[in-house]
Design a binder for this molecule. Structure first.
Ligand code: GLA
Length: 391
């Protein structure tokens, strides 16, 4: 995930395909709070981060898709008249999945050469896959001068991951990769897809600490959590016929029927119901400038993900523990799907460097693993280079 300038990427593309490309970019994300709530029609509060995946593209006169990456040696060749219908198990799945989703959505597809350069750390829970999907969608759409609204692009990319890659992910990652805004977190209602931008003050940084243990969605645990939530909704709908998702259930309503549910299903539901409430309170606290409260809600979220939703890991817990008591630290938690990846920490800007140094030392002492630490601020979402934001 080395950085490469747009000029360097263009040059590399020209050498490989003997054409000048157009370039599209989409960022990774970090979720401040609202974990596993998106596929329960709930609320999330992610921000885009300044790591981008860039896709350089040029048209072809035939129906072939040539896919290359600056990180992987092999070049994949496919044909838009006979695209695979399911994943092949390579990085190119995310691009092929988007190509397939464009066809399914009747958006059309033309032959193209694509060269991908990703800066988002892979398998770290920072949505390198969503970044690749969104940048690829913009690149492929540009080949036909198609102008799809960004919300439709986010949904199409989610469909690619659900149907082609086989991970039943929610809409959060693709959505914030499209709509992220510098200096802001994005409060998304995952049912209506209405969103609000919530200013994140410059006096704090988002310090992202990578446990260096990779996570894997398709590993089955993620989909299993979804099923347990669905089971909870099914049981609760016997008592509350109107409910469609855990989003519709209040804390008291859930408590009233605890005895009707398997213990594990109750724990999963309890996390989701409380986490939705935490998102709303975190937004209010940001708006009031109460960063201390935001921090403690993040801590509560971590405990709930660890004990009730059971998607944390030893390394994530040790990373969260390592942050406690460091100067300038408001709060931190695991971020993303879990089982590895990163924690996100809200830290006073002028303490961020020393926080990064000290948490890395502490974590390495406990685990023997030197972590990567990224000091981030909320960044802009996807667009055509250089920095143009599509509407
Ligand atoms: C992954 C998925 C998201 C979301 C998070 C957990 O990042 O892609 O849709 O479910 O896990 O909050």
């Amino acid at each position: 995930m080395s950085k490469m300038t747009v000029a360097e990427l263009s040059e590399r593309f020209r050498k490989e395909f003997d054409a000048m490309p157009r370039i599209f970019s989409a960022p990774g994300r970090v979720n401040l709070i609202g974990e596993h709530t998106d596929y329960n029609d709930g609320f999330v509060l992610p921000t885009a981060i300044g790591f981008y995946t860039r896709v350089a593209v040029s048209p072809r006169s035939d129906t072939k898709l040539f896919l290359s990456s600056t990180e992987f040696p092999e070049r994949l060749e496919s044909d838009i008249t006979s695209l695979p219908r399911q994943k092949l198990g390579a990085w190119s799945d995310y691009v092929l999945g988007v190509a397939q989703a464009l066809i399914q959505a009747d958006c059309g597809l033309s032959g193209a050469n694509l060269l991908v350069h990703g800066e988002v750390p892979m398998g770290a829970g920072l949505s390198s896959s969503a970044a690749l999907e969104v940048a690829s969608a913009l690149a492929l759409l540009s080949m036909r001068n198609e102008n799809l609204p960004l919300k439709a692009i986010a949904k199409l990319c989610q469909a690619a991951e659900n149907n082609f890659v086989g991970a039943r992910v929610g809409i959060m990652d693709q959505f914030v990769s499209c709509f992220g805004k510098e200096g802001h977190a994005l409060l998304l209602d995952c049912r209506s897809l209405d969103f609000e931008l919530v200013p994140v003050p410059a006096e704090v940084k988002l310090v992202i600490c990578n446990t260096m243990v990779k996570h894997q969605h398709a590993g089955g645990e993620y989909n299993r959590r979804r099923e347990q939530c669905e089971q909870g909704v099914l049981i609760l709908s016997n008592f509350y016929p109107g409910i469609k998702a855990l989003r519709d259930v209040s804390s008291d309503q859930l408590a009233a029927y605890e005895s009707e549910m398997p213990a594990v299903v109750y724990k999963r539901c309890r996390h989701i119901v409380d986490e939705n409430a935490r998102v709303i309170e975190a937004v209010e606290s940001f708006r009031k400038g109460n960063l201390g409260r935001v921090g403690s809600l993040m801590q509560d979220s971590h405990r709930s993900l660890r004990d009730l939703y059971e998607v944390s890991s030893r390394e994530l817990d040790l990373m969260v523990e390592s942050a406690q008591g460091l100067p300038g630290f408001y709060g931190g938690r695991m971020t993303g799907g879990g089982f590895g990846g990163c924690t996100v920490n809200l830290v006073e800007s002028d303490q961020a460097e020393s926080f990064a140094r000290q948490i890395a030392e502490r974590y390495q002492e406990k685990t023997g693993i030197p972590p990567d630490v990224y000091i981030c601020s909320p960044a802009n979402g996807a667009g055509a280079e250089l920095g143009i934001q599509p509407e």
